[in-house]
Design a protein around this ligand. Structure first.
Ligand code: ZN
Ligand code: FE
Length: 208
């Protein structure tokens, strides 16, 4: 009596590859897969460009080994965020823009360019504001998906966790560098550079 199973069939005909139940399910719960997908492309555009810009910012923190190390973690974790969410764009019926310039232009955050006067203080401020934009971006995605798209919500909330970490790191460093003030993040170090404890699937709950 397998025909009687409650979820054995639905609106999408058996074998139809032009539609996705994974999108239908979002719609049925009041979400707009189109809108979510477009927001995700903007958001990972920001992760990808931030990864690029942080490469340069990290280089210009020459001689400041502690700042470089933290920037490296944030840089590699932002790349991990791009990688984590990219497949979701396709699952929601979208694709990566073919033109990298179009991709960069639609990023949801400003370019984290090297400041004209590239002092550690100015670079740390650039880094801090980039993290704040990322928090706002992923908070928006969480709000859009909380009740309708558990998969995107899970990815976005994992990234959100790391972006909040990143903000705290740069508040700590900028407070010391600019104001000679202790403003702890409560953080020591990630394991390996770019550990991404929330947004990479490896060793999330492993003991070894
Ligand atoms: Zn990020
Ligand atoms: Fe970040």
């Amino acid at each position: 009596m397998s025909d009687d199973k409650k979820h054995g069939s639905g609106n999408v005909s058996p074998g139809d590859t032009s539609q996705r139940v994974g999108m239908e399910a979002v719609r049925r719960r009041g979400g707009e897969p189109e809108e979510i997908k477009e927001t995700l492309i903007d958001a990972i555009g920001a992760e990808f460009t931030t990864y690029y810009y942080y490469t340069n910012l990290r280089c210009w923190l020459a001689g400041e080994e502690d700042y470089k190390e933290i920037t490296e973690d944030a840089r590699l974790e932002d790349r991990a965020h791009f990688e984590l969410v990219m497949p979701r764009v396709y699952e929601l019926g979208g694709q990566l823009p073919n033109d990298i310039r179009a991709f960069a232009d639609r990023a949801s955050c400003p370019d984290a360019e090297l400041p004209e006067d590239p002092t550690p203080e100015n670079i740390l401020e650039t880094l801090l504001e980039a993290e704040r934009c990322a928090i706002r971006t992923w908070a928006e995605v969480c709000d859009m998906t909380r009740d309708c798209d558990p998969r995107t919500y899970d990815l976005a909330s994992r990234i959100y966790n790391e972006e909040v970490d990143h903000e705290a790191w740069f508040i700590e460093l900028l407070s010391r560098e600019r104001d000679d003030e202790a403003n702890p993040a409560g953080h020591f170090v990630r394991g390996e550079p770019g550990d991404a404890p929330y947004s990479k699937n490896h060793d999330f709950n492993e003991s070894a």
